[in-house]
Design a protein around this ligand. Sequence first.
Ligand SMILES: C[S@@+](CC[C@H](N)C(=O)[O-])C[C@H]1O[C@@H](n2cnc3c(N)ncnc32)[C@H](O)[C@@H]1O
Length: 235
Amino acid sequence: MREITTDVQSVFSSIANNYDQLNTILSLNIDKLWRKKAVKLCNIKENDKVLDLCCGTGKMIELECKAVGENTPVIGLDFNREMINVGNKKLNKSLDKYKYDLIQGDAMELPFEDNTFHSITIAFGLRNIPDKRKAISEMYRVLKPGGKAVCLELSKPEIPILRNIYNLYFNFVLPVIGYLGTQDKAAYYYLRDSVNGFMTKRQLRREFKNIGFENSGFKSLTCGVASLHFGTKPL
Ligand SMILES: C[S@@+](CC[C@H](N)C(=O)[O-])C[C@H]1O[C@@H](n2cnc3c(N)ncnc32)[C@H](O)[C@@H]1O
């Protein structure tokens, strides 16, 4: 794996055990609704092959397994062993009737053949990947023609007053809550910086389009605090 990913690895290793609780607190539990919308947008059918990139502790996998049904495994991929371990422990209890497989790998070099999946999701992951174009191209490569990619990501509200409140929360409140929860200051400063440095919704839509996705676009969620980006691989 590339050198630049080492810091991201250590950030997620340090928060793996508290990730789910902090995620719920910091997003005021709205992430649950955003994730449901992301999965709905995929139009998953029974027995579809579904991949969740940067799956972390498997929050998307829980929803996707229910959409796919009990016979077909949903695949999760993440490069951090600790996040996967926490995920496996949790899913073992919550998904006892369903099949899933969490594998360790880099989203920039997917270990799958071309045209494998009907749907691919990536939730709060793309922001962390150094070469975003490579990761989106890999999603495109392993999607079947007609398959859909959906990316759920944090974004910034466009209305100025909301943007100011958001900046205040993100730059000052969130790192403090994050620190109190994990005792790891670096992790939540990293979260702030990764959001501040991420491309805009329009830039990301252009990236999807340039790589070859059809019908690419985005939907703003909760006043633009998060966004769903999507695109279909042409038939
Ligand atoms: C903010 S968490 C999101 C986890 C999960 N998708 C969710 O919605 O809760 C980001 C995840 O991306 C993973 N990640 C970051 N860079 C990656 C890469 N290059 N390849 C695979 N996983 C990566 C991290 O290990 C971490 O688990």
